[in-house]
Ligand binder design. Structure first.
Ligand SMILES: [Zn+2]
Length: 412
């Protein structure tokens, strides 16, 4: 006997004035055929309709742009209960950390689970279909929100610990079906933890992500072993008295540890030297910028233009609701559009779709509209008569104003 969900899925043709597949140039009077949550065909309406199965339903989105669901490759959804609890901008990273510790300490034991629930809902309402989400262990389970996928990373801390296992929270097993181990940063995880996390992810072809060169205190600590990072580690009882500062930049240090390669995501990358950028480019790393978080924490302004000019895979992400006012990647894109005027808006759109899906190992499924991709699409209302030349800017502007809707986000 057949149940109510055993009905064969019906094909849909979505048509709009523009289709922006991101992986290919925009198509005027474009269309996408979807079936069972996947894209079957995408291109000009007149040619695509001939490939469409009989009986398909046509949905016309008028003057909108069909655009892929966004990909936010650096979030900490379990911190979402902190939304609105920290005033921005903070005077500096030191003051922010102090506030964060106080607020977290005052939260109940279901803080992470409740944060995950709030965060998943907010990220989905921010036009996002996939996120690379960091947990400290409290939100290591699968996404519970239909239409949203999480690539889960388990953040490991332990400057005074000598192995990945020692840094893994109780009750969590590091295994290929679970979250991907990810050291927090060069000042909060030991060299052994960083190298072992990289070995583990490299052996499985998985992304390796960590916060790198986020604030000036991190640079100072690796250079001479002093400053706020040292004070913090000592206060927490996590400093290793046998440790000697390497006298290197964070990127030089990671190169020395052998962790820079195309599957490595350098998150933040605000305090980078010219030679750091050359090294990151030579190793073909991904760079993940969170410019509104950096501004809110008084951490500085990332030089996004440089790695773009060097051809690195560059992404934008929101970071958490402890350092950002929302999880809206269109807002992040708008911030870059306003503050980095030499960056082509088409590049900005790639940084919230195609590039992060590549970084998370999900290219072809997320971040583009092409046969085989998930049919998680948006219709962005840009108004009639927008030219191809003005299209990317129009998507950024309409997106940041919230002028978009989900077209199809069937799990598939
Ligand atoms: Zn972060």
């Amino acid at each position: 006997m057949k149940g109510p969900f055993d009905v064969a899925p019906r094909a849909e043709i979505h048509r709009a004035e523009w289709l922006a597949p991101v992986c290919a140039p925009p198509v005027e009077n474009g269309a996408v055929v979807s079936l069972g949550g996947r894209v079957v065909a995408a291109g000009a309406f007149e040619s695509v309709r001939t490939e469409c199965p009989a009986g398909a339903q046509t949905i016309d989105h008028g003057s909108a742009v069909l655009f892929p669901a966004l990909v936010n490759c650096h979030t900490h959804l379990e911190l979402s209960g902190l939304k609105g609890k920290i005033a921005f901008p903070q005077p500096g990273f030191r003051q922010w950390v102090s506030l964060l510790f106080d607020l977290r300490g005052a939260m109940g034991h279901d803080f992470a689970a409740e944060g995950l629930r709030l965060g998943e809902e907010e990220v989905f309402r921010s036009a996002t279909g996939l996120c690379g989400d960091i947990t400290n262990g409290g939100a290591a389970g699968r996404a519970g929100f239909p239409g949203l996928e999480r690539r889960i990373f388990l953040e490991l801390l332990g400057f005074n610990l000598d192995s990945m296992e020692a840094a893994t929270p109780a009750g969590i097993q590091i295994d290929p079906s679970g979250p991907i181990p990810a050291p927090h940063s060069v000042y909060s995880a030991s060299a052994a933890i960083i190298a072992q996390c990289k070995d583990w992810t490299r052996a499985r072809g998985l992304p390796f992500t960590m916060h790198v060169a986020e604030h000036s205190e991190e640079i100072e600590f690796l250079n001479n072993g002093k400053g706020f990072c040292r004070e913090l580690l000592e206060r927490l009882g996590r400093f290793d008295p046998a440790w000697k500062p390497p006298g290197k930049t964070p990127v030089e240090y990671l190169e020395w540890l052998g962790v820079l390669d195309p599957n490595t995501l350098l998150v933040h990358a605000v305090h980078m030297s010219e030679s750091d950028w050359r090294l990151a480019a030579a190793r073909n790393c991904t760079v993940v910028f969170c410019p509104r978080s950096n501004r809110n924490l008084g951490a500085g302004r990332p030089g996004i233009e440089k790695p773009l000019s060097l051809g690195l895979n560059c992404c934008l992400a929101t970071d958490s609701l402890a350092s950002n006012s929302d999880l809206d990647l269109f807002g992040e894109a708008g911030h870059v559009f306003d503050n980095h005027p030499s960056i082509d808006p088409r590049k900005i759109l790639e940084m919230i779709t195609l590039n992060p899906s590549r970084a998370l190992g999900r290219a072809g499924e997320f971040g583009s509209i092409e046969p085989g991709a998930k049919a998680n699409m948006l219709a962005v209302a840009v108004g009639a008569g927008v030219s191809e030349r003005g299209l990317a800017e129009a998507v950024v502007q309409s997106g940041r104003e919230g002028a978009w809707k989900w077209v199809s986000n069937l799990p598939g």
